[in-house]
Design a binder for this molecule. Structure first.
Ligand SMILES: Cc1ncc(COP(=O)(O)O)c(C=O)c1O
Length: 353
């Protein structure tokens, strides 16, 4: 820290992203898709589009918002795009929390929520998950502040239905509920079906996982036009050209290729179920994940040890040195081949012990 860094942020603990290695690893640590983006994305990035990089991008992301709106059967005034859902979530937390409005979230969830709260000087209310990592919506009824729920949750993969989350919206009509649906396309049900009934619901999704565009950085929020206008008020006070023009084209093209999207999601779901069963056969405990990752307790050895052994064998997964989950690994669902390498490696490690 230099002597110029503002003392107001001296205690800030930044988010630690998953490792992005340069060597060849079987990379199962940041929930990227093992499949390439839609072929329509490649077609959209034309030489003319590259030439147009000399111009600023469209601050309204008109074509991308239209494609998202069409897919979600909403008017574009219900959509705001951002530079990955991380940016959308940060803008939402900036917009709907403040000195008198804390942010509530689970004790085991996406690790960026407390970082944004600290960066923006927002108090937090931590609502612990049950022993089996399930989230009780009753804990959020009457919470009296903005709340964010990852659904499916990360890193547990567990999801609630819109019907189970709806009582939170009913009980807190004067507070915004942000539902972070980064992983919803792999088998959970989106809360966007509740949007026309609740003006306090903001649904946030991403192109990073199910649409294979993690490096393109495209995410979006869906909500009542008044909430979207609030988000834009913050966005236009920070970075109106938040999405570059190539990502706008890539996102719109990807959103319009429904067939490719559905096929990729189905493939990942099938691989997830097969891998989960194989891990259970190998003595592991695996949660009922509806995401593109599995949350796994090895049982045969501590999580830390298996993490290290996998890394020595060229396989990167994710683990947190955090209360309640230190023995668990989050393993991205990769291709069939990658999952077979994972399982063969675990077999070898078990034999060596
Ligand atoms: C729960 C959750 N929300 C949001 C994000 C952010 O995704 P992105 O910024 O790539 O859209 C992630 C990334 O891993 C995540 O796990």
């Amino acid at each position: 820290m230099s002597r110029f860094f503002t003392p107001a942020l001296s205690a800030l603990e930044p988010y630690t992203p998953g490792e992005q290695p340069r060597q060849r690893f079987v990379k199962l640590n940041t929930n990227e898709s093992p499949y390439p983006p839609s072929p329509m994305v490649r077609e959209a990035i034309t030489p003319e589009a590259v030439e147009r990089l000399r111009l600023y991008s469209d601050p309204a992301c008109t074509d991308l918002a239209a494609a998202i709106a069409e897919h979600c059967r909403l008017d574009p005034s219900w959509v705001m795009a951002g530079n990955g859902s991380d940016e959308v979530l940060a803008i939402a937390i900036r917009a709907f929390c403040g000195p008198d409005t804390p942010l509530a979230f689970a004790d085991i969830t996406y690790g960026f929520y407390p970082v944004w709260a600290a960066l923006f000087g927002i108090q937090t209310k931590i609502l612990p998950l049950a022993e089996d990592f399930s989230l009780s919506p009753a804990d959020y009824c009457g919470v009296g502040c903005t709340a964010v729920i990852a659904n499916p949750n990360a890193p547990t993969g567990l999801a609630l239905t819109p019907g189970q989350l709806e009582p939170i919206l009913q009980a807190n009509p004067n507070n915004v509920l942000i539902v972070d649906e980064a992983y919803v396309d792999f088998g959970a049900e989106s809360c966007r079906c509740l949007l026309d009934r609740y003006d306090n619901l903001l649904v946030v999704q991403t192109f990073s996982k199910s649409r294979s565009l993690a490096g393109g950085r495209v995410g979006f929020a869906l909500g009542h036009p008044a909430l979207i206008a609030d988000l834009n008020r913050v966005r236009f006070s920070l970075n109106p050209y938040n999405l570059n023009s190539l990502s706008i084209l890539a996102g719109a093209a990807s959103m319009r290729d429904e067939a490719y999207f559905s096929a990729c999601c189905a493939r990942i779901r099938a691989t997830r179920e097969k891998t989960a069963a194989a891990l259970v056969q190998r003595g592991c405990t695996v949660t009922d994940s509806l995401a593109n990752f599995l949350f796994v307790r090895p049982n045969r050895m501590p999580g830390r040890a298996l993490f290290a052994r996998l890394r020595e064998n060229g396989i990167l997964v994710r683990r947190w040195d955090a209360p309640r989950i230190a023995d668990w690994l989050r393993i991205t669902v990769g291709s069939e081949e990658e999952m077979q390498i994972l399982l063969d490696t675990i077999d070898r490690i078990w034999k060596e012990n």
